[in-house]
Design a protein around this ligand. Structure first.
Ligand code: ASP
Ligand code: MG
Length: 613
């Protein structure tokens, strides 16, 4: 009936009994009339064990030898599973990555897949065999034939790539959880299983879902429109479908895009409203965006940045036709946002900017790759484009620039990131692919699909950075050079002239472990270049909501901020993309924030999930 690729993770094949159980499931699927390729991980914690062995010999083992070692884990599983299938009377054959012809870059320990030979696979499938393939491994091209691995957790990537190459009907990822949950069940007991999620949402939820499904696998599924489902190997429950829009016949050569950026987008139909000097206390963003949503104004980007003293700036963009309404709301509410605690500041000031454009780069390849944002800022600087607003998410960096400079900015970015004009990324809208599309309701996706909490970040702020093209590029270029990945980036709206130079503050988050060294490095640079103080706060939490349904629906941000206000949680930073809103709050309030937001969007379910150890 169908050609299916199934992937079983380490726990699912953790013992002989479990391998036999997997064989039963495979056998049943074949009996139901399907053809099957099965991709497996190493048994249980085998890979960790191998890493430990290597570290007993060398603190810094050679990467080629490391790949040689780690690739053995999966080879044990393929042989055992094939035997188990043969015991059931099911013809099966095991194959290593090299035997299949999974050709990768020569980059040991983190190779990307270039191409997958399908002739041998197809020959065995047509002969009625189940082909059991070692996940996580490949081989560099014909000349060298080096064994490579794809990076930890890479078997998901192998499975989806094989499904794409074979044009399989769908790919099933079997794991020890029932699918993708609305949030971390260890923190929110009412976390609920999702029926479906789009690839784009999944990528934005990387910090929540990456352990269940490797982001690179999601990227391939999206690029090739591979219907994907994450299911428990212990039950027959349907699991969570990870869906994508119908792609446009992408070539199977260079299968895993080497490019960090997939597409460059722009929107010139935007205007910006900023409120300067609003009080830094709980409830302010809730009040502002609550009123905005009551007036049915749909906001696009929102940013809020931190400042010295007791006040914040909040800025948002709207489409030009509703600017008047947005401005009226902001002006009406400004007097109410008077800063009582600090008489030096009077009421909030409203600033409106008509002629702006939003320019974004997007691509799953930027996850964990320092320097992509820096390259964007450097490109804009070289093109002489000043950045007014920056807002980032997991897979997107958006900059607000002068509308007159939009064309120049887009052209420069397309050149820098090697994107052909007219080349479209796989969108988040359109026809969704699952073998059983009645399962899904792509027409009305829920506004918020999941909520994620990241407790491993630190916030850095640099005061009084000169406001001229190239500053962001310089700053984030330096961080990239030191191999420090930056997550959220926010540039303040407020501009102060000091020593005749207009200056702004810029704040961003990094992994907590990078916080101190980033601060040290930047403090030195700041002294040399005349920047202001560098401030580090390691006690922060980032809480995010993600959902494709929030596009064009007013009130989602307001609801999130309101949930935080009710708990008296102060928002330190806000950044958004089309389908994501992230807030930075104090670390000790992170879990409470997560719970409040999860409840506010009615994501809770009655079923409790037991978290596997
Ligand atoms: N065995 C590899 C690991 O533990 C690959 C995988 O399981 O996906 O990272
Ligand atoms: Mg995994």
């Amino acid at each position: 009936m169908a050609l299916i690729v199934q992937k079983y993770g380490g726990t699912s094949v953790g013992s002989v009994e479990r391998i036999q159980a997997v064989a039963q499931r495979v056998y049943k699927t074949v009996q139901a009339g399907n053809s099957l390729v099965v991709v497996v991980s190493a048994m249980g914690k085998t890979t960790d064990g191998l890493v430990k062995l290597a570290n007993e010999i060398s603190p810094n083992p050679n990467r080629r030898e490391m790949d040689m070692l780690l690739s053995t884990g999966e080879q044990v599983t393929i042989a055992l599973l094939s035997m188990a299938l043969q015991e059931l009377g099911q013809p099966a054959i095991s194959m290593t990555g090299a035997q299949v012809g999974i050709v990768t870059e020569a980059e040991h320990s983190r190779a990307r897949i270039l191409h997958i030979e399908t002739t041998r696979l197809t020959r065995h499938i047509n002969a009625g065999k189940v082909v059991v393939v070692a996940g996580f491994q490949g081989t560099s091209s014909a000349g060298e034939m080096e064994i490579t691995t794809l990076g930890r957790g890479g078997s998901d990537t192998s499975a989806v790539a094989i499904a794409a190459a074979l044009r399989a009907n769908f790919c099933e990822i079997y794991t020890d959880v029932p699918g993708i949950l609305t949030t971390d069940p260890r923190l929110v007991a009412e976390a609920q299983l999702m029926d479906a999620i789009t690839c784009d949402e999944m990528l934005e939820l990387a910090s929540l879902g990456a352990k269940v499904l490797h982001p690179r696998a999601v990227e391939i599924a999206r690029n090739y429109g591979v219907p994907l489902v994450v299911r428990s190997s212990w039950t027959d429950q349907p699991g969570t479908w990870v869906t994508s829009a119908k792609p446009q016949g992408r070539s199977l050569i260079n299968l895993e895009i080497a490019r960090p950026v997939d597409h460059v987008e722009f929107d010139t139909d935007q205007a910006k409203v900023a409120l300067l000097r609003v009080p830094d206390k709980p409830g302010v963003a809730a009040r502002l965006f609550g009123e905005i949503s009551r007036q049915k104004v749909d906001v696009d980007l929102i940013i809020q940045s931190v400042h010295e003293g007791n006040s914040n700036d909040i800025a948002f963009t709207v489409t030009t036709p509703i600017l008047k309404r947005a401005e009226a709301v902001a002006t009406a509410i400004a007097p109410a946002l008077r800063n009582q605690s600090n008489p030096k500041f009077d009421e909030a000031e409203v600033m409106v900017e008509h002629n702006i454009a939003k320019v974004s780069i997007a691509g799953a390849g930027m996850i964990g790759r320092p320097g992509v944002a820096a390259k964007m800022f450097a490109t804009l600087a070289e093109a002489g484009v000043n950045i007014q607003m920056i807002s980032t998410s997991e897979v997107k960096v958006s900059c607000v620039v002068n509308a007159a400079e939009c064309d120049r900015a887009v052209l420069a970015l397309r050149t820098a990131f090697e994107i052909e004009a007219g080349e479209q990324g796989a969108g988040s809208r359109g026809e969704f692919l699952t073998p059983n599309s009645s399962l899904l309701t792509p027409h009305s996706p829920p506004p918020v699909r999941g909520v994620a909490l990241d407790l491993n970040q630190a916030r850095l702020a640099i005061r009084q950075l000169p406001d001229r093209p190239g500053m962001a590029a310089k700053l984030f270029g330096l961080l990239a050079q030191h191999n420090i990945s930056v997550d959220m980036i926010i540039q303040s709206q407020r501009c102060r002239v000091i020593d005749g130079v207009p200056r702004r503050d810029i704040a961003f988050t990094v992994s907590r472990i990078d916080g101190e060294s980033a601060k040290k490095m930047l403090t030195q640079v700041a002294a040399e270049l005349g920047w202001g103080e560098v401030v580090l706060d390691s006690a922060i939490a980032k809480v995010s909501i993600v959902g494709a349904g929030m596009v064009g629906q007013p009130g989602i941000a307001a609801k999130m901020f309101e949930a935080l206000a009710q708990q008296q949680i102060n928002i330190q930073m806000i950044a958004t993309s089309e389908i994501k809103i992230s807030c930075v709050v104090a670390q000790e309030q992170g879990v409470k924030a997560l719970q409040a937001i999860h409840a506010a969007f009615e994501l809770a379910g009655s079923e409790k999930f037991v978290v596997p150890a």
